[in-house]
Write a protein that binds this ligand. Structure first.
Ligand code: 9Z3
Length: 325
């Protein structure tokens, strides 16, 4: 639940909060490597694709960010997200011809692995005559499909996976990706399904060592994470088609909050979902309509992301025809 949704933060205050967030964040350990990968991926996908037009590129964010409580982190606050939404959506975007930058929380659900058991290495294989190991007959179709689809996406240069853990890593990486994608213009899309922390402990006020329980009850001040959505729209990638998500546990306030986010952050679409029914139904909120999207229960294995991505791709096509609408 986002407590700042109803309050207007003046632009200068927001700019100062954003500056302070990035200044206080510990620098990314592999920033040069990420930057190199992004340059190569975006360079390759800016070239005209088979049909002569530029390939569409989407940044899918997935999983929850953590907020460390100590610099040498033993404890942290986490945000709920299994990463299923982001992983499934990535697969449908690739099928629709998009190149995907999958910015995901380490250890969460991965594209093409949804139909595999939780620990595929241990559960999908069996030892025959040692030292031979083979895929168990019962899993062979799912394993074959996962490997084939994944390798095809990577070989065609359509999938770049970038992992994060903390809110500091997530926002720095999102900024790098958005600035790199700016040159793509309207064919670029942001699909922001990650569950992002609302509060954090600034690095400069964070203790170095493990907090001691002997010191008594813990009294800690968390600062609000500045909302980066408006700066993404305004400065980082102004022409990109932007979709954010609104998660609530109280159905009564969900659509109102989604509407507010749409206007406040100038999103093109906000996908509203409620925690318990998120796999069955979402509501897509735009300036002109509210569309309910359901999982097709008549087909086994179908998920709500299938019709959702179909709708988003349609709306992105309309946006490409006329970005000013
Ligand atoms: C979502 O609402 C996602 O749909 C879920 C997906 C996290 C619910 P799972 O990963 O679940 O499939 O298990 N993501 C956005 C959540 C969020 O933090 N939104 C912020 C808010 O609601 C706006 S950025 O205030």
């Amino acid at each position: 639940m986002d407590v700042t949704d109803g309050l207007e933060v003046p632009q200068e205050t927001l700019d100062a909060e954003i500056k302070s967030f990035f200044e206080s964040a510990p620098p990314l350990k592999n920033g040069d490597d990420i930057s190199e990968k992004l340059k190569e991926f975006i360079g390759r996908n800016s070239l005209p694709s088979g049909n002569g037009s530029a390939r569409r590129v989407v940044c899918v964010t997935s999983g929850g960010t953590t907020v460390p409580l100590e610099r040498r982190c033993v404890r942290y606050i986490d945000n709920f997200s299994s990463g299923h939404r982001g992983a499934a959506s990535t697969e449908y975007f690739i099928k629709a011809g998009y190149a995907v930058i999958f910015l995901h929380r380490r250890g969460t659900c991965q594209p093409h692995c949804r139909s595999l058991p939780e620990d595929p290495l241990l559960e999908c294989f069996e030892v025959t005559d040692e030292p031979n190991i083979r895929v168990r007959q019962s899993d062979s179709e799912a394993v074959k499909r996962a490997i084939t689809e994944h390798h095809a996406a990577v070989a065609e240069g359509l999938l770049l996976k970038l992992p994060f853990t903390t809110i500091f890593e997530y926002l720095q990486m999102l900024q790098m990706i958005a600035i790199s994608m700016r040159s793509l213009g309207a064919p670029a899309m942001f699909y922001l399904a990650a569950a992002v922390s609302d509060f954090y402990v600034p690095w400069r006020s964070m203790v170095e060592h493990k907090i001691q329980s002997a010191s008594g009850p813990l009294d800690m001040r968390l600062v609000q994470v500045p909302k980066m959505l408006s700066v993404l729209r305004k400065d980082w990638a102004p022409m990109a088609f932007c979709i954010s998500f609104k998660l609530e546990t109280d159905k009564k306030i969900l659509l109102e909050k989604a509407d507010m986010a749409l206007k406040k952050y100038k999103m093109h679409m906000v996908v509203a979902n409620e925690l318990l029914s998120r796999k069955e139904e979402v509501v897509v909120v735009t300036t002109n309509d509210k569309l309910s999207v359901h999982r097709d229960k008549t087909h086994v294995g179908n998920d709500v992301e299938n019709p959702l991505i179909r709708l988003i791709v349609e709306r992105h096509s309309a946006y490409l025809e006329n970005p000013n609408l």
